[in-house]
Design a protein around this ligand. Structure first.
Ligand SMILES: NC(=O)c1ccc[n+]([C@@H]2O[C@H](COP(=O)([O-])OP(=O)(O)OC[C@H]3O[C@@H](n4cnc5c(N)ncnc54)[C@H](OP(=O)(O)O)[C@@H]3O)[C@@H](O)[C@H]2O)c1
Length: 296
């Protein structure tokens, strides 16, 4: 019997990457893709009804309030999506026996570490978004659901709006670009994250209770370094200059160091995690195609 996996937020970057992968694994898995139109995860009754009706083996929560700067002035909605709705999913997962994969963020950390963050490093979120995502993690742990919390960072894909597409657009519309060079992290292709999550689901019997994993692509850079590689691969000749964060103020404070220790997830799945430059190179043709054809 193929595994049945229900995905929430299926029209986002992670959700669409899962949809892509689903087309080539019809033998082992069957997917139910939902976004807000099919399942608004803030509606507790609807979440419970959907899980009782579909009886999935696993649920991947790819829905979230991801507007980091807007969250500073819209705290209520950020917590509704990132905490209350996650609690709804966790409760329904417990009631129906489904394994829950909940996706979280590097923004639960303050960036003061000088070594890569392990999953058990103490958290200290700096922003409303980071605090609301931490509250969601805690809701999963409190529920005692059989679950994996997968933190990721610097996510991009051919879909939605993300840093890669923003750099392509700005390179085509400006004389030069100025990009922050004092925040370090690991760009992560949503497709690689999706494959990691499916791997975790396939080994869920080895997880007792809940576990927290870190997943990003391997290696680290700054936003400026990331932008430089994007422009090089896309053959854009726009001049690019490094700037400090203080010259690009944003409503939400971001951690200036977000590098993850990936060893727990890599050894759990016995996998080689792709380097960020390799994943960017591999995905660039599809990103460029979608960008040039205004496909989001
Ligand atoms: N993007 C990053 O750089 C990044 C970094 C670290 C961690 N993460 C985490 O990774 C996960 C996936 O991120 P992503 O970039 O793929 O997110 P995304 O592209 O913003 O997708 C989120 C999806 O959830 C949908 N949604 C919103 N409200 C909903 C509701 N009430 N019920 C059901 N669906 C709803 C959104 O629909 P609308 O678009 O219509 O609102 C969207 O399709 C999130 O948990 C995020 O916090 C992301």
């Amino acid at each position: 019997m193929p595994e049945k996996i229900l995905v929430t937020g299926a029209n986002g970057q992670l959700g669409k990457s899962l949809q892509d992968i689903s087309r080539s694994c019809t033998d082992s898995c069957c997917f139910v893709f939902t976004d807000i139109g099919e399942l608004d995860i803030t509606h507790k009754g609807a979440v419970m009804d959907m899980l009782h009706a579909e009886k999935p083996d696993a649920v991947i929560n790819a829905a979230a309030y991801t507007a980091v700067d807007r969250a500073e002035s819209d705290e209520e909605t950020a917590y509704l999506l990132n905490e209350t709705a996650v609690a709804n999913l966790a409760e329904a997962a417990v009631a129906t026996g489904a394994f829950l994969v909940h996706v979280s963020t590097d923004y639960v950390f303050d960036g003061q570490s000088s070594v890569p963050y392990t999953p058990d490093h103490p958290v200290h979120p700096l922003s409303v978004y980071g605090k609301s995502k931490w509250a969601g993690e805690q809701a999963v742990r409190r529920s005692q659901a059989h679950a994996a919390i997968v933190r990721t960072e610097w996510l991009y894909s051919p879909y939605g709006n993300n840093f890669v597409k923003t750099m392509l657009r700005l390179a085509d519309s400006r004389d030069s670009l100025r990009v922050v060079n004092d925040q370090t992290g690991s760009p992560t292709l949503a497709e690689d994250l999706a494959r990691f999550i499916l791997g975790i689901i396939s080994r869920r019997q080895e997880i007792a209770g809940s576990e927290t994993f870190h997943f990003s692509n391997r290696g680290a850079t700054t936003w400026h370094g990331f932008a430089s590689e994007i422009l090089r691969l896309a053959n854009k000749n726009c001049p690019l200059f490094p700037i400090p964060t203080k010259e690009y103020p944003t409503p939400a404070q971001r951690p200036n160091f977000s590098v993850f220790d990936l060893s727990k997830g890599a050894s759990f799945l016995d996998m080689d995690i792709p380097d960020w430059k390799e994943s960017l190179r591999k995905s660039m043709p599809q990103i460029l195609y979608n960008y040039e054809n205004s496909i989001i």
